[in-house]
Design a binder for this molecule. Structure first.
Ligand code: ZN
Length: 509
């Protein structure tokens, strides 16, 4: 009878092998989204699907499952939240989830979603939802089937079962409550801001910003906040993302608009924030739960914190603005720091989520959260989706898309099969504000540090409280431990009320 240690080593070995193959598939996908010749798409889809099927085979192997089940019964000698206990519990949880999905379904989903992203890209370029309709419908059927298999015998809905992959144990009811506590104050705040007589001059940050200068600048800024270019790189794609291909290989991707500086710059800060989390995970546990991110909500909290709480702060621009003016001279020669700072914090309802300001952003998420739930539940027919989308934008944000490209086709997520993913963005915004507020209290002179370009103390603080723990704690537990209170809507609404109140001269109270 093998003892605990040998069984534990054996499951770790197999989990690491699965991760080697998974990151190989991820590398192929990174390549697919950065420079794959158009005609190579179909073969690439097959390659990725084959690799993912092998990974699925390892993770659902019955002897692997037997070992994990045995370890679950014998792990109680180890402390809760210890590396060993977390490894056993999380791997068992993943195994239990994976085994409910037959290999055939996993493979068909992988093929459909790689193809789906290519079809989506073409449909978006042609501004025509009908080109994407059948592919999306196929993906929806596959995800619905997955959700139904995963929730069988539990009290979870198919949509909640899909969410579990990104935010373990999140409930639709809880999310609706938290979102409502965010939505109400934000709607009021946005209304006040829109009606204020004091408005930023957005022309100040539009003009000519040569892409090569933006590349160099973004690279410099990402490096300054702590993204390690010896262990990662920055590239370009149509829809920015971050992917980790090995313990010392984190890839971040952004996109540049030659006429708008903020899109590429904040896109880079956002992805570099994700990157600092990945690079802060413990490499000796790479491929295992203690060396993996806790949840997508926590991942997003790291990107949002660097993009917004840091990147849109006055202190940050006290440090960076002179360099910015020099880099993009003569474009910004006549634009003062205050005008620039106001312009990058402008709040104005818009159609595109990834370019939305901090205040309206969460309204974009609420729309997607509702629509994708209705699509999975089947209460929203796919042919009604574009109109449902446009109608919600009109009612929630007061603006209506006049094209599919700026409407229902703007995000890659659904084409990639990512249903249940969107709500993690708002969870991330909430956690970012709460973590930053606590860091400000505990570090003390954070503003002065940021104004001097000293980001290390903040990065270290996040490393100790978040990155280091991997999956040993849940997202909620990490926030609770770091902040001494559970995740709440209040820090985000307080932060926005204070900052926007100051910028827009809003009445207090
Ligand atoms: Zn993100």
């Amino acid at each position: 009878m093998p003892d605990f240690q040998s069984r534990f080593d054996s499951v770790c070995q197999r989990a690491r092998e699965a991760m080697q193959l998974q990151t190989a598939a991820d590398t192929l996908e990174w390549d697919e989204r950065t420079g794959l010749p158009h005609a190579a798409g179909e073969y690439r889809a097959n390659q990725v699907a084959s690799l993912r099927a092998i990974v699925h085979g390892i993770r659902t192997d019955s002897s692997y499952g037997d070992d994990l089940t045995w370890l679950m019964g014998h792990a109680t000698d180890h402390n809760p939240h210890s590396d060993i206990r977390a490894t056993v519990e999380c791997l068992h949880r993943d195994w239990d989830r994976d085994r409910k999905l037959p290999n055939d379904l996993v493979q068909r989903t992988a093929e459909a979603t790689v193809r789906g992203q290519q079809v989506w890209d073409e449909a978006r370029k042609s501004d025509d939802f009908s080109l994407f309709r059948n592919t999306l419908n196929e993906i929806l059927d596959l995800k619905r089937e997955a959700g139904e298999r995963l929730c069988e015998g539990t009290d979870r809905s198919a949509y909640e079962a899909l969410m579990d992959e990104y935010e373990p144990n999140a409930s639709v009811e809880d999310l609706q409550q938290v979102f409502e506590r965010v939505r109400r104050p934000l709607v009021k705040l946005i209304e006040q801001v829109t009606q204020s007589e004091k408005q930023p001059n957005l022309k100040a940050i539009e003009g000519v910003f040569p892409v090569q200068d933006q590349r160099d600048f973004s690279h410099r800024v990402a490096e300054a906040i702590g993204f390690d270019f010896d262990r990662g790189r920055l590239d370009e794609t149509s829809h920015p993302f971050c992917t980790t291909l090995g313990p010392h290989d984190c890839r971040i991707l952004t996109r540049y608009d030659p006429h708008v500086l903020s899109s590429g710059l904040f896109g880079t800060l956002h992805e570099a924030g994700h990157g600092t989390y990945e690079q802060g995970l413990r490499t000796d546990w790479f491929g295992l739960p203690p060396g993996s991110y806790a949840s997508l909500g926590i991942h997003e909290s790291q990107s949002r914190l660097w993009e917004n709480q840091v990147g849109r702060s006055q202190a940050f621009w006290q440090w960076l603005y002179r360099d910015t003016q020099q880099t993009f001279s003569p474009q910004l020669d006549e634009v003062g720091l205050d005008s620039f700072y106001f312009a990058i914090n402008a709040v104005r309802p818009s159609l595109i989520r990834v370019e939305a300001d901090e205040a309206t952003y969460n309204l974009h998420i609420l729309i997607r959260f509702d629509l994708e739930r209705e699509l999975i539940e089947g209460s929203l027919p796919i042919d009604d989706l574009p109109e449902a989308w446009n109608a919600r934008y009109e009612s929630d944000l007061g603006i209506r898309p006049d094209s599919d490209a700026d409407g229902v086709l703007q995000d890659v997520h659904w084409s990639a099969g990512l249903f249940g993913y969107f709500p993690t963005y708002t969870l991330g915004n909430l956690a970012a504000a709460q973590l930053f507020a606590t860091a400000t209290e505990q570090i003390g002179d954070l503003d002065e540090l940021l104004a001097r370009g000293e980001f290390r103390p903040l990065l270290d603080w996040l490393h100790q409280r978040i990155h280091f723990h991997g999956r040993c704690f849940s997202g909620n537990e990490l926030v609770q431990r770091a902040c001494g209170s559970p995740l709440s809507a209040e820090p985000l609404t307080a932060y926005l009320t204070e900052k926007l109140g100051r910028l827009y001269d809003l009445p207090r109270g």
